[in-house]
Design a binder for this molecule. Structure first.
Ligand code: NAP
Length: 458
């Protein structure tokens, strides 16, 4: 892991650095969050709803500042950063409105007695988050757990420490009690020690397969419950009856939103042969009309990747794919800048024996596959170690739903691309991880479903 530093990937300027915490600071954070958990055990979720609405208000008020720090730290286009803040406002409001009802005890139908289960907090949760949505990834864990009564210690990615600090500040200013979310900059060793500490009761990680397996291993060794939201190699399936306008609309952002750095970005475009020419024509049009520039400039549509390291990694991966037989169908012209720009690329001929076949390209690289029919599309979609999301484009919704049901993923969008909202569960299967965030399912991730049964008395 690199140091916690804010480096603008457009200018390469390092504008802030942050130290690892001392042992004493870690101890204080564990004590404070654990004490808050015990205090919250005596207070129902409804006592925290007004504060969570205030966090939403705080995000609205700090929208510009929050969006700018995200863009300056990881290069996201400013309009997308602002959209991310709006999404997080709605997620906070959703859990503030729905949380208490969803956390009511659940009656159990049994002849053995009067039974129900309580939905109780379990303790402090360690949240390890990635840089690609610096605010959204944190709010996905913070908002539901705040209502449940589980305090959070946040270990954000090393390249978005300023975003992490601002999130913690907004939550504090909204009136959330000290310890509701504590932001820290631990080393991996310090993180391991914290996860092993008995005051930590759960671990939520969003990130890569590499980071996920390492943190999950440590959580498992210490018998801590964990949720893993990992990478994806999502299929975007185009059936023969796809509506041309719907297809065009979906392709316009499917692989280029957030410069392709989205877990659920449509990385594999799988198209039946009758629609192949039209699809590559549209995709080339989208890729070639991007405008490279400063992500703080609203007219930019092609920002840099999040870091020079990410550019190097993606370049190496692309070279590997080409060495393995892949062909370039389209590549964006050279970009004259020292920023971490990557030339958007469309690949074909990525065969099963190519190392890239089962890899996630975390940037603007689309792989297109031409297939015979619907069955071949489903088979190819499922031929992956990952299973996060998918899209199906068809004008027959019943048919598309039937196709979606056959895809081994956690989420499928019909006639659209990546979507997220407070009430929609988010998560995957296979190497894309386990557990769900958001919705009623995400709310229960770190809840103790505590059975209470009164036996009949004579
Ligand atoms: P990453 O390297 O796994 O990092 C994610 C977080 O885990 C960071 O805070 C990172 O800290 C930490 N981490 C990584 N390795 C660790 C280790 N060995 N021990 C302790 N902590 C560790 O992920 P990334 O490459 O930055 O993020 C992109 C990945 O996230 C992609 O694969 C993407 O698909 C996935 N993602 C998934 C979802 C989802 O919901 N399924 C959403 C967004 C992104 P440092 O930064 O300090 O290394």
């Amino acid at each position: 892991m690199a140091k916690y530093q804010s480096i603008n990937p457009y200018t390469n300027e390092t504008f802030a650095s942050y130290d690892n915490p001392t042992a004493e600071q870690i101890e204080d954070a564990l004590n404070l969050t654990d004490a808050l958990y015990h205090k919250w055990r005596h207070e129902g979720p409804e006592t925290r709803t007004a504060t969570l609405h205030k966090v939403a208000d705080g995000l609205r008020e700090h929208k510009k500042e929050m969006a700018e720090i995200m863009t300056r730290e990881m290069g996201k286009m400013i309009g997308e950063s602002e959209g991310e803040v709006d999404l997080c406002v709605s997620i906070c409001d959703y859990f503030a409105e729905k949380g208490p009802e969803l956390l009511k005890p659940e009656p159990i139908d049994t002849k053995l007695g009067d039974a129900y289960y309580l939905k109780q907090a379990t303790g402090v949760i360690m949240a390890c988050e990635p840089w690609n949505f610096p605010l959204y990834q944190v709010i996905r864990v913070f908002a539901p757990n705040f209502i449940v009564g589980n305090p959070i210690i946040l270990k954000h990615a090393h390249n978005v420490p300023g975003s992490a600090a601002l999130i913690a500040k907004i939550i504090k200013q909204a009136g959330a009690p000290e310890g509701s979310l504590i932001n820290m900059y631990p080393s991996y060793d310090q993180l391991d020690q914290m996860i092993a500490d008995p005051r930590i009761q759960g671990v939520a990680l969003t990130g890569s397969e590499r980071g996920g397996s390492s943190v999950a291993e440590n959580a498992g060794k210490n018998l801590k419950k964990s949720t893993m939201e990992l990478g994806g190699n999502d299929a975007f399936i185009i059936l023969d009856d796809a509506d041309p306008e719907v297809l065009k609309q979906a392709l316009s952002s499917a692989r280029t939103y957030n410069d392709g750095q989205v877990c659920t970005s449509s990385k594999r475009i799988i198209v039946v042969k009758s629609r192949y020419e039209e699809t590559i024509h549209e995709l080339k049009k989208v890729f070639s009309s991007l405008k490279a520039g400063d992500p703080l400039d609203p007219s930019t549509t092609l920002p840099p990747l999040n870091s020079q390291g990410a550019k190097d990694k993606l370049t190496k991966q692309l070279d590997g794919a080409l060495a393995g037989g892949a062909k370039i169908l389209y590549q964006y012209p050279e970009i004259d800048s020292d920023g971490a720009f990557f030339r958007p690329t469309i690949l074909t001929n990525v065969d099963r024996d190519n190392p890239a076949f089962d890899q996630e390209f975390f940037g603007p690289v689309a792989t297109v596959y031409e297939v015979e029919d619907e069955d071949a599309a489903i088979a190819l979609a499922n031929d992956s170690s990952y299973g996060l999301g998918s899209s199906v484009i068809s004008s027959n919704i019943k048919r598309a739903q039937n196709v979606a049901a056959q895809i081994e993923t956690g989420m499928s969008v019909i006639n659209g691309t990546w979507i997220s909202s407070g009430e929609l569960p988010f998560g995957g299967v296979k190497k894309s991880g386990y557990g769900r965030e958001l919705s009623d399912l995400g709310l229960m991730a770190f809840v103790n479903q505590h059975l209470v049964i009164s036996m009949p008395t004579k």
